[in-house]
Ligand binder design. Structure first.
Ligand SMILES: [Fe+2]
Ligand SMILES: [Fe+2]
Length: 284
C-alpha cells in the first residue's frame, strides 16, 4: 500500500461531510413492520437540510401530487414506505454525488443512479434470502455507498481517465483493481472502506466496501459477496458506475457463497429494473 498517497488523501478527507446520523435513524425506523409517521417526522426534522430537501423532492414533477405538500407528515401519507425511503436517500446522498467523476468517466447523475440502484438490488437479494432486519440495513448502506471511494479519489488526486486507459493497454492481463493500484497506489474500495471507518460505520459495512472488487476478500463474508454481486448486476442492467464497469474478475462461487440460484437472479433483476425506471424519472 502506498502510505504516502493514502496519507495525502486522508488529510483532506475531513472536508467530505459525514453520513448524517438522522438518515441512519430514519432508515432503521423504516425497517419496522409498523412505522410511526410522527416518530419519523421527529427524526427527520432534527436535520433541517434533509427535511427541506425531502419536501423539495416530494413536490417535484416525478410524484405528480394533486397539491403542494408543505409538511413532512402530509408527505408521508401520500407516499408509501418505499418511496419515503427513496426520497430520504436521494436527499441525503445527493450531496456526495453532486459532481461528475471525470477520472472514472461517469456523470454525477449516473453514479448516483448506479449507487441507489445497487442499494435496491442488495435489498431485493436480502428479501429473497430472508435476511434479518439489522443485516438488511447494513447491506443497504454498504451498497449505497460502495463507490464512495471513487468520489474521494476523483476529487483529490487530479485523476485523468486517459491514464487508466493507458495503463490498461500497457497491462492487458490486469483487471481494473490492479490498474487502479498502478495509477494511484490504492483502489477505490480501500479508500471508501477507510472513509466509512472514520465515519464510525460498523465493521461489516466497511469490510463490504473494502472488498467489493477484490475476488478473494469478497468471498469471505456473505455481505461483501452480496454488495459485489449487486454492483455486477446493476452494471449489467446498464446503470454503470464508470469506465471500470466490466473490467473486474468475478470469482467462481460468488452465487454459492450468497446462496442464490440463477432463477432468483433473474427475478431480482426484473424487480430492480422496475424500481429504477421510476428512479430515473425522479433524478431527471
Ligand atoms: Fe466499485
Ligand atoms: Fe459500483
Amino acid at each position: 500500500m502506498n502510505e504516502f498517497i493514502l496519507e495525502k488523501i486522508f488529510n483532506k478527507i475531513n472536508i467530505i461531510p459525514p453520513f448524517p446520523k438522522t438518515a441512519h435513524r430514519a432508515l432503521e425506523l423504516l425497517r419496522r413492520d409498523e412505522v410511526d409517521f410522527r416518530e419519523l417526522e421527529g427524526i427527520i426534522k432534527t436535520d433541517p437540510g434533509i427535511a427541506v430537501n425531502f419536501l423539495k423532492l416530494v413536490n417535484s414533477a416525478a410524484f405528480s401530487l394533486p397539491q403542494k405538500v408543505d409538511s413532512l407528515l402530509k408527505a408521508f401519507m401520500y407516499l408509501g414506505i418505499d418511496q419515503i425511503k427513496l426520497i430520504l436517500l436521494a436527499s441525503v446522498t445527493g450531496k456526495y454525488f453532486s459532481q461528475n467523476l471525470t477520472g472514472y468517466g461517469v456523470s454525477a447523475k449516473d453514479i448516483w443512479l448506479h449507487s441507489i440502484a445497487c442499494a435496491f438490488t442488495a435489498e431485493e437479494i436480502a428479501n429473497e434470502l430472508r435476511l434479518p432486519p439489522e443485516k438488511r440495513e447494513s447491506l443497504y448502506i454498504a451498497s449505497l455507498l460502495h463507490d464512495v471511494g471513487k468520489i474521494v479519489l476523483d476529487l483529490y488526486t487530479n485523476l485523468e481517465e486517459a491514464k487508466f486507459y493507458e495503463v490498461s493497454q500497457e497491462n492487458p492481463s490486469y483487471d481494473f483493481l490492479q490498474v487502479e493500484w498502478l495509477v494511484l497506489g490504492v483502489d477505490h474500495g480501500l479508500v471508501g472502506g477507510y472513509l466509512l471507518k472514520r465515519w464510525n460505520f460498523p465493521e461489516d459495512i466497511t469490510f463490504a466496501i473494502r472488498a467489493h472488487h477484490d475476488p478473494d476478500l469478497m468471498l469471505q463474508k456473505k455481505m461483501s459477496a452480496i454488495v459485489a454481486l449487486a454492483n455486477i448486476l446493476v452494471n449489467l442492467l446498464g446503470l454503470t458506475g464508470g469506465i471500470d464497469a466490466f473490467k473486474y474478475k468475478v470469482p467462481e462461487g460468488l452465487l454459492e457463497v450468497i446462496g442464490l440460484s440463477q432463477k432468483s437472479l433473474e427475478i431480482i433483476s426484473h424487480k430492480v429494473l422496475k424500481r429504477t425506471v421510476f428512479l430515473e424519472t425522479l433524478l431527471v
